[in-house]
Design a protein around this ligand. Structure first.
Ligand code: NAP
Length: 311
């Protein structure tokens, strides 16, 4: 029935694109149960795994554990293998080394798994040392509870420290998951992307569609619902020329959509995008962003258009 007990074949280097599962179970930000249902999620999951796109990113905090619970159910009813990445949230009250062990145990229970593929530190911690957390991650690898370990939202200095701390246990830092898309290129400008490439740390690009803005479906007249509408009110006024360029470039590749161009641009930069998808149509479209490549000239014209917006 389940082939998910084979996470040991996991390597981020073999993965071009994944699926972000933050919205799966999240009512507050993403309107789970309103604009999409469990049936939509199941259809998206099935279509993706059938296409061999089986890297899913979740976290213990997504939907207060609901995202992991939903994924756990889907994985266990599937005959296709899945690679699951989840995350530890360093709440300020989690002060002891043992808290990571307890948190991973909880995630594995919700996911109905013995071992995840990738366990990540969600944010840098302030009250527990980075080295202590890396030591805990190394223990989980050695205990067979995760195949690989990563970090998220770590800057260049912290990434280097995490890499060095893990190297003492002969464990590679597999990834750093950061916000990266055509409307946020901080990691290109501050050297983090380059350093990750040098260290062999895979950059996992979160919010790769700028939370829907790069799909081209939103405009000042038709803003995204809820918090996003307020957060992106100013940016929305400026993205039209970029969306037009993405549409034009997409046409030259057999009518690829702006979303597909946005995701392919990230792949061309050496990043691994994990777009969120609420339903079958979205996942199918996002998964059509692999198997082809933008040209260098197209990447550079998209860079220029993006520079014109984010300055
Ligand atoms: N490590 C971290 O701190 C962190 C932070 C944020 C996210 N993440 C991870 O990154 C993943 C993706 O990021 P995200 O969910 O913030 O943003 P995103 O992937 O940029 O955008 C996802 C949203 O865009 C819309 N969408 C997606 N594909 C579409 C398509 N083909 N056509 C039209 N609309 C489409 C959907 O919302 P609507 O239909 O409502 O517009 C969807 O929920 C998350 O699920 C999570 O796993 C990690």
């Amino acid at each position: 029935m389940i082939e998910n007990s084979k996470p040991f074949e996991f390597s981020l280097n073999n993965i071009e694109i994944g699926v972000g599962a933050w919205s799966w179970g999240d009512r507050f930000f993403w309107n789970y149960g309103g604009s999409f249902s469990d049936a939509d999620i199941e259809a998206a999951f099935r279509s993706s795994t059938e296409k061999g796109i089986n890297f899913f990113d979740t976290a213990e905090v997504y939907g207060q554990g609901r995202s992991e619970l939903i994924l756990g159910r889907l994985i266990n009813n599937s005959t296709k293998p899945s690679f699951i990445a989840t995350k530890y949230f360093p709440y300020p009250w989690r002060l002891t080394k043992n808290s990571l062990h307890t948190a991973l145990k909880g995630s594995l229970k919700r996911l109905q798994m013995d071992c995840v593929s990738l366990y990540q530190i969600h944010w840098p911690a302030s009250l527990i040392s980075l080295e202590t957390l890396m030591n805990s991650l190394a223990e989980e690898v050695n205990a067979g509870k995760t195949v690989a370990v990563g970090v998220s939202n770590f800057n260049r200095n912290r990434t280097q420290r995490a890499y060095t701390a893990l190297a003492k246990y002969n464990i590679p830092l597999a990834s750093n998951q950061v916000e990266y898309h055509l409307l946020n290129r901080h990691i290109e400008k501050n050297g983090l992307l380059e350093r990750c490439h040098e260290l062999g740390v895979r950059v996992i690009a979160y919010s790769p569609l700028a939370q829907g803005l790069l799909t081209g479906k939103y405009s000042p007249e038709n803003p995204p619902p809820g918090i996003r509408g307020r957060r992106y009110a100013n940016l929305l006024k400026e993205i039209k020329p970029l969306i037009e360029l993405m549409t034009e470039i997409g046409k030259g590749h057999g009518d690829k959509t702006p979303s597909q161009v946005a995701l392919n641009w990230l792949i061309c930069k050496g990043a691994l995008p994990i777009p969120g998808a609420k339903n079958l149509a979205q996942v199918q479209q996002n998964n059509g962003s692999i198997g082809w490549r933008l040209t260098e000239a197209e990447v550079s014209s998209l860079d220029t258009a993006s520079d014109g917006i984010i300055k």
